[in-house]
Design a protein around this ligand. Structure first.
Ligand code: Z5A
Length: 216
């Protein structure tokens, strides 16, 4: 089974603190202003059940999952998200913008944790079945991204770093390399954006890619 690509399905990927949420808000505003229905969502999560799985994945107080458990949990959440939210929205003609999707599993569980990419691809085909028309990869050095995320995590009311955010820099270097390798392997789908620029410059670049899509 090959993956079905959807032109109105946009994903935003990148490491910690890359600015994905910030870009998502800008894309959403642009599409809403043009009168489109927009579903903005995130992974892991996006449905009540998938959000519960997210809590299990990121929780720091309980037994840490084995790497295989971690992979299967992200795909369990994704199976629910695809069926309950993403596919129904695409079928009624809405745009869907997701903060992370399957590329994150290749980067974190594949490149980061060392799980076999063939196994992930098999799950992707059997459990997910779809892929975005365009993926914006916000690329930033690990130290720079972590510094931004730390600033946010230390703000009053913030809950502090989650289980994955507590990993070492080496892990995040492998994740970054994993994302860049995927972008290199699929240049038609990926657009790499230098996320070290100002938030305004990053949003402007993301919008220029979206404009090219939305106007066709
Ligand atoms: N995960 C996985 O392992 N496998 C999978 O398959 C999936 C996910 C789907 C949760 O994801 C974790 O799940 C994640 C990977 C794993 N773990 N980690 N690490 P998440 O997306 O919810 O968590 P995150 O990557 O930690 O997101 P984040 O830190 O919230 O990053 P962000 O959304 O890219 O950043 P932001 O919130 O937009 O910005 C961060 C801060 O920087 C904030 O204060 C902004 O105001 C500031 N910012 C943003 N842009 C700029 C610019 N351009 N300049 C200066 N400051 C900026």
């Amino acid at each position: 089974m090959t993956l079905q690509s959807h032109a109105r399905f946009i994903t935003i990927e990148g490491g910690e603190g890359a600015g994905k949420s910030t870009v998502l808000a800008a894309l959403r505003e642009f599409l809403l202003a043009r009168g489109f229905e927009v579903v903005s969502t995130r992974e892991p999560g996006g449905t009540p059940l998938a959000e519960q799985i997210r809590s299990l994945l990121l929780d720091t107080h309980h037994e840490p999952p084995a790497v295989e458990t971690e992979l299967l949990l992200v795909f369990a959440a994704r199976a629910q998200h695809v069926r309950e939210v993403i596919v129904p929205a695409l079928q009624r003609g809405a745009w869907v913008i997701s903060d992370r999707f399957t590329d994150s599993s290749y980067a974190y569980q594949g490149a980061g944790r060392g799980l076999d990419a063939g196994f992930i691809a098999d799950l992707e085909r059997r459990v997910v079945g779809i892929e975005p028309g365009i993926t914006l990869l916000l690329d930033i050095g690990v130290a720079h991204g972590r510094e931004r995320a730390r600033g946010r995590d230390l703000a009053p009311g913030a809950s502090g770093p989650d289980r994955i955010e507590r990993e070492h820099d080496h892990f995040f270097e492998r994740v970054r390399d994993g994302f860049l390798a995927r972008a290199q392997a699929e240049p038609r789908r990926f657009r790499i954006i230098d996320a070290t620029q100002s938030a305004e410059a990053v949003a402007a670049q993301a919008l220029s890619h979206l404009r090219a899509l939305a106007d066709t």
